[in-house]
Write a protein that binds this ligand. Structure first.
Ligand code: PEP
Ligand code: MG
Length: 933
């Protein structure tokens, strides 16, 4: 071997340390020792009984690869031998010795785990002689030959490049001869025959006999591990996931003494969690098998016993195992998932890692570990990803179900629900009121479908994305929604939906999973959400450690109550239009829209006023003394009318009905001529003159509505006559709403109930718009204060959702006490992407191709929308340093976006009620992580 210089550090190889016994390696240096190697070192050094071994570093790998991947760095095998001697000493076994053989495992391990790296080689050190020693020690010939044939195949495949098929072919021949279908049916002599055949396969393929010298085996295996770093799959993986040399450079080799749990009844093997990973309860949780190897536990050949039974079978060892459990948690300060083996009465810990747990387990362990002072409250919060809490807040599908989905759309609002398909909101309401569980299936939903939402268990649409109307409303109500399931064709007339060849009729049961976007036929059982005491405790700690307050978007007293239950500290957005859509109110709203004069309009508004006042009063009382931000009417008013196509169709039906009624009248007249008047009895409704009158009235109304729809038609309604523009053109609408809010406020404040309304104006782009609306507010306020003899306490503010509002925020701030970012519209306006269209058409491809990192309607676009927000915050607070600023777009419930809002110095985030717990934890994370940096 020639001495080489590594380009990395210019040191002669002889001066670089490449090999680290577990007692000496730096447990924190994954870059040098790989994840597994560092972990083994750490475990050894904290006093766990890990089988002895050593790590050959990633630097050795790089030096080997620099050297064309042929020669190991100078002198390395001498050091390996020295370390093997140390392992021999501590195990009392000898490498290559036929009486008491030491066997080792050889594993790859880089700083990041990646597929394509070399598989583990177990039982290295076996040859014809040492095999006999192993058989004698385990007193199990079958086990010996089984281990041997596995070793030959694995070594042959991974270290010598022999294709698996060649081994498989021989294996099948012996199985066939023995008349067995599965491996466990083979006896010792079958396995012996297989081992012999495998040795021949290797010789035939490599042209050389299988290496019997144990050090040759070890050297070949080490080189194979190093070479696997440059294997095609590993290289492709690193390229695909942009794994840089700073993250992982080269692989280490772990050489570890084998220990056997099948050396008699004083041996065993098992896997355990330091706490129950399902419930999080602080109980020892695991399974073991006496006289067995690890594989038996996993393969299910024998049924393992609960770990607590070891207390009876091997009391001393159980005590040691309990000790191990405590040591692991004390050191790692995290629930551990570990593997152990007992070989002839000695307990070894083979591996440990952080236990993967569901949300219930994570929450309970966080709270209990903090109460046990094992971790701090901060750590308890930070170890849980906020999104994980979502699992706890909605019903979810029973994980045991085996159904195949019929279709898939976008997971638009989490939770799962089953119900009968219905294809329009009225039917949904009708059936829902009758106690039927229904799923509203629509091409897409509109504001006037709202009563159908209330009556349904969940919503399924074939168009629209995660911020479509259906998605936003469903999230607001905490109902599951699958949106944009494009494989579904909804036919309202036939009351059916087609999915490929399958036809779903009204009344057929389906199940939707808004967490995955899957749609299933039939009813799949669901599991109810749990808001446990531990979750309450955890979230109260989160609130203590956050700067951002968390409000909810809620439009009705019911959702407000729900939001309170989730811990909302106020309402950040009450969309008043949702109140208009109730089926009792819509006719009045339509009357208002159809009005041709201000006087007519005012008549309709006068009917709406008491209804709105009661709504606001209920919400304000529910939330008192928390703030309730009420947004004045936002959507274009034609949204409350049916579409042109619907009206044309309805009119067609009415005209047909009129002509049928005329026909029936003719028939009655004819009967009179035939003197057979009694044949049909009295003509029923609507086939009589009264009916004709009604039909004419209906036609007249629908024609009026159609005319209005034509009048109100807009090419781009979302950029059209909506928001404050409506308030300026129809001041009486805004005045009615302002009056309703302030009258509700007066009623409460007169009796000393501390309600905190905040009036919010949508779609504002200029200070003058605010001045105009403020005039309405001032006038009504003065009148009510005089009438009631009190000073009304409330705030006046604006949404910031158009680009000009951000740029002109210093001017807007002069008129208001708060800003609330409407990032749904602001994102749309910043990108010039229509949110309704983008999510289903090009956004997925943009994300897939990396043109955008995320869907900006889900995760706030910090570089674009975020800069505008920063500008608005800076400008706004330049004018009014104590300006209250929040966010009420969908991003207000998304953890990364919440972190950004924290850095902007916002006062609150507001999101749909069921997202509130996630947002509370995310708000704490944002503050704690910032403080850490
Ligand atoms: C927004 O634009 O972010 C917002 C909250 O308003 P809406 O979604 O109702 O348009
Ligand atoms: Mg908006």
């Amino acid at each position: 071997m020639k001495e080489i210089i590594t380009p990395k550090n210019n040191l002669p190889v002889s001066e670089i340390r490449y090999i680290f016994p577990f007692m000496e390696g730096d447990g924190k240096n994954k870059h040098l020792l790989g994840g597994k190697g560092a972990n083994l070192c750490e475990m050894t050094q904290i006093g766990l009984n890990v089988p002895p071994g050593f790590v050959i570093s990633t630097e050795a790998c790089l030096a080997y690869l620099d050297n064309k991947g042929t020669e190991l760095p100078f002198g390395i095998m001498e050091t390996v031998k020295k370390e093997m001697n140390a392992v021999e000493k501590s195990t009392g076994k000898l490498f290559g010795n036929p009486d008491n053989p030491l066997l080792v495992s050889v594993r790859s391990g880089s700083a990041m785990s990646m597929p394509g790296m070399m598989d583990t080689i177990l039982n290295l050190g076996l040859n014809e002689e040492t095999l006999q020693g192993l058989i004698k020690q385990t007193n199990n010939e079958r086990f010996g030959y089984d281990a041997y044939r596995r070793f030959i195949q694995l070594f042959g495949k991974v270290a010598l490049g022999v294709p698996d098929e060649k081994f498989d072919k021989e294996f099948e021949i012996v199985k066939h001869k023995a008349g067995v279908k599965v491996d466990i049916g083979l006896n010792a002599s079958d396995l012996k025959e297989i081992s012999e055949k495998f040795l021949e396969v290797v010789k035939e393929h490599t042209g050389k006999p299988f290496p019997t010298n144990v050090y040759d085996q070890l050297e070949i295996a080490i080189k194979a591990v190093f070479n696997s770093w440059m294997g095609k799959r590993a290289v492709d993986y690193r390229r695909e996931f942009n794994i840089t040399p700073q993250q992982a450079n080269g692989t280490a080799v772990n050489v570890v003494a084998m220990v056997f749990g099948n050396m008699g009844n004083d041996s065993a093997t098992g896997v355990a969690f330091t706490r129950d990973p399902g419930t999080g309860e602080n109980v020892f949780f695991g399974e073991y098998l006496v006289n067995a190897q690890g594989e038996d536990v996993v393969a299910g050949i024998r049924t393992p016993k609960p770990v607590l039974e070891l207390q009876i079978e091997m009391p001393d060892l159980y005590k040691q195992l309990e000790d191990l459990r405590n040591k692991l948690e004390t050191h790692y300060k995290e629930v551990q998932d570990f593997e152990f083996t007992i070989e002839k009465g000695i307990l070894y810990c083979l591996q440990t890692r952080n236990g993967k747990m569901n949300a219930t387990g994570m929450v309970r362990t966080s709270v209990e570990m903090a109460k046990e002072l094992l971790i701090s409250k901060k750590e308890a919060l930070l170890r849980i990803k906020p999104d994980l809490l979502e699992q706890l807040l909605h019903p979810r599908l029973d994980s045991l179900h085996k159904s195949t989905p019929l279709a898939q759309g976008l997971p638009a609002s989490p939770g799962a629900a089953s119900g009968a398909c219905v294809f329009d909101a009225d039917r949904a309401e009708f059936l829902g009121r009758g106690g039927e569980k229904v799923i509203l299936v629509r091409e897409e939903t509109k504001p006037e479908d709202i009563h159908g939402f209330f009556a349904s268990q969940g919503i399924l649409t074939s168009r629209g994305g995660k911020t479509s109307h259906a998605a936003v409303v469903a999230r607001g109500m905490g109902k599951p929604c699958v949106a944009g399931a494009e494989g579904i064709q909804v036919d309202i007339k036939l009351r059916q939906a087609k999915i490929g060849e399958k036809v779903l009729h009204e009344g057929d049961y389906i199940t939707i999973d808004g967490g995955t976007g899957f749609v299933y036929q039939g009813v799949i059982p669901t599991v109810d959400p749990t808001f446990s005491d531990e979750l309450k405790t955890l979230l109260s700690w989160a609130d203590e450690m956050s700067q951002l307050k968390v409000f909810a978007n809620a439009d009705t007293p019911e959702t407000a109550k729900k939001a309170l239950g989730y811990g909302a500290m106020g309402i950040g957005l009450c969309r008043t239009e949702r109140m208009f859509n109730d089926s009792n109110r819509l006719p009045i709203v339509i009357e208002m829209i159809l009005a041709n004069t201000e006087v007519e309009r005012q008549k309709a508004l006068n009917k709406l006023l008491p209804i709105q006042r009661q709504d606001f009063k209920d919400i304000l009382l529910t939330m008192a003394p928390r703030p309730v931000t009420i947004r004045l009417l936002d959507p274009p008013i034609h949204e409350f009318l049916p579409t042109k196509e619907e009206l044309i169709e309805e009119l067609e039906h009415l005209h047909q009905l009129k002509s049928t009624t005329n026909g029936v009248n003719n028939l009655y007249n004819s009967l009179r001529l035939l003197q057979a008047e009694d044949a049909l009895g009295v003509s029923p409704m609507p086939f009589n003159n009264k009916g004709l009158e009604l039909i004419d009235k209906a036609i007249e109304k629908k024609e009026l509505m159609l005319k209005k729809v034509h009048e109100l038609y807009e090419v781009n309604p979302m950029l059209g006559h909506r928001g404050v523009r409506l308030g300026i053109t129809y001041p009486e609408i805004y005045k009615m709403q302002i009056q309703a809010i302030l009258e509700a406020t007066a009623e409460c404040q007169k009796v000393h109930i501390d309600v905190r309304p905040e009036i919010m104006v949508p779609q504002v782009c200029s200070r003058l718009e605010l001045i105009k609306v403020k005039e309405f507010v001032d006038e009504i306020q003065q009148r009510l204060e005089a009438e009631n003899g009190i000073k009304l306490v409330f705030k006046f503010g604006t949404m910031i959702e158009v680009v000009r509002a951000c740029v002109d925020a210093d001017e807007l701030a002069k008129e208001v006490e708060f800003f609330s970012f409407g990032t749904n519209d602001l994102t749309q306006a910043t990108f010039s992407f229509s949110r309704e269209d983008a999510e289903n058409k090009f956004l997925p491809l943009y994300v897939e191709k990396g043109i955008l990192e995320h869907n900006p309607f889900e995760v706030l676009d910090v570089n674009g929308v975020g800069k505008l927000m920063r500008m608005a915050v800076d400008f706004g607070r330049k004018t009014k340093p104590d300006l209250k600023i929040g966010i009420c777009g969908e991003h207000g419930g998304q953890p990364d976006s919440i972190a950004f809002c924290h850095t902007l110095g916002l006062n609150y985030v507001s999101c749909s009620a069921p997202r509130v717990p996630v947002a509370r934890l995310a708000a704490a994370h944002a503050n704690l992580i910032e403080r850490k940096q």
